[in-house]
Write a protein that binds this ligand. Structure first.
Ligand code: AHM
Ligand code: MG
Length: 359
């Protein structure tokens, strides 16, 4: 008889890895799991009810919001607010951080950054979408949690995960001790452990990038794409190109099969498109925990200074050897981008130093 292990059971079992844990993080993960089941239900019936299409408003970045984006955002905010473990929510859909000050959250010590429905341009065409989340412990010791609590580096994450709403729904998460994946069994309404100890192959044969932007890419990225396309038996080239346009779905496929996902800087997006706090950092944490690599072409994503909630970053992540090759070509052919990154990190370090000096 095969025994099913649910997400809830697994979380409780893993609590013993953290000797001082009081169950708060476990409850937080459970709340995220519950909200994602509700979102999955709506994603699945999206074609049946009049929930597809745009709602007529725009989010922080001036992008039109879909009804499901708004619905997903509300579900996660509600679950995190009622759960009592979260003091700040940072969401792609909200300009400002949401400070939770309800009675149940008085002693809450976690910050959750979330992209409630990533890849939303794919909703109307039945293509996989997802949720990405990142969890930090607050650093301020008492009083109200502050914006600085929400601006921590990726390396300070205590947990991160994603949910892919695809042919089945799957929740994948890490607390810094490996990566585990759970598939939703609709017959019992539970996420069940289906992919224990997930690892990404060191070498992959899939590259994933929006090649329509080729003309706007840095020289190093253009060279890497050409490298992927060259015939070479020994390294199994040419590689396959696969781009869904939903980071969660592209990354999930690469996790399982091996591959690289790149969203570089472009002429029109000089800082990249994807958001550091709730897209790049959680995905980088998961990929590193699975044995892969995540950088902006020069610097480790998890070490990047975070100066604003909706900060953007270029990202190269996936199978270690593929990312290393892309970095090598970036250094060789786009050193000017590396210099800009160095200057940006130095100036954010300076401003950190001045903050400390002012205390
Ligand atoms: P979103 O959070 O507004 O949905 O945007 C993020 C998405 C990623 O999932 C995906 O990798 C990327 O944007 C696709 O962008 P593009 O259409 O420029 O290739
Ligand atoms: Mg997104």
């Amino acid at each position: 008889m095969s025994v099913v292990k649910t997400l809830g059971q697994f979380i409780i079992e893993k609590q013993k890895d953290f000797p001082y844990a009081k169950g708060e993080l476990s409850r937080l993960l459970r709340d995220i799991g519950i909200a994602s089941k509700i979102v999955n239900r709506e994603v699945n019936k999206a074609g049946l009810v009049d929930i597809l299409g745009e709602i007529g408003t725009t989010n922080t970045h001036g992008e039109s919001q879909k009804k499901l984006d708004v619905f997903a955002n509300e579900q996660f905010i509600s679950a995190l607010t009622c759960g009592g473990e979260c003091c700040i929510i940072v969401s792609e859909e909200n300009d400002d951080a949401i400070y939770i000050e309800s009675e149940v959250s008085q002693n809450a010590k976690y910050i959750v950054a979330i992209d409630p429905l990533d890849g939303s341009s794919n909703i109307d065409v039945n293509v996989g979408v997802g949720t990405i989340f990142s969890i930090y412990r607050r650093k301020s010791l008492d009083g109200k949690a502050t914006l600085q609590d929400a601006l921590q580096k990726g390396v300070d994450q205590v947990a991160a995960g994603y949910v892919v709403y695809g042919s089945s729904a799957m929740l994948v998460y890490t607390t810094g001790k490996g990566v585990n994946g759970f598939t939703l069994d609709p017959s019992i309404g539970e996420f069940c452990l289906s992919h224990p100890d997930m690892t990404i192959p060191k070498d992959g044969y899939i590259y994933s990038i929006n090649e329509g932007n080729y003309g706007h890419f840095p020289q190093g990225v253009k060279k890497y794409i050409k490298y992927c396309q060259v015939m070479d038996e020994e390294t199994h080239r040419p590689y396959s190109s696969r781009y869904i346009g939903s980071m969660v779905a592209d990354l999930h496929r690469n996790m399982i099969k091996g591959g690289i996902f790149i969203y570089p800087t472009t002429a029109s997006a000089p800082n990249g498109k994807l958001r550091l706090v709730y897209e790049c950092n959680p995905m980088a944490f998961i990929i590193e925990q699975a044995g892969g690599r995540a950088t902006d072409g020069f610097e480790r994503i998890l070490d990047k200074e975070v100066t604003s909630l909706h900060q953007r970053s270029a990202i190269f992540l996936g199978s270690e050897n593929m990312v290393l090759k892309a970095e090598e070509l970036m250094k060789e052919h786009s050193p000017e981008i590396g210099r800009v990154i160095d200057i940006q990190s130095a100036s954010s370090l300076d401003s950190d130093a001045s903050k400390v000096g002012n205390l």
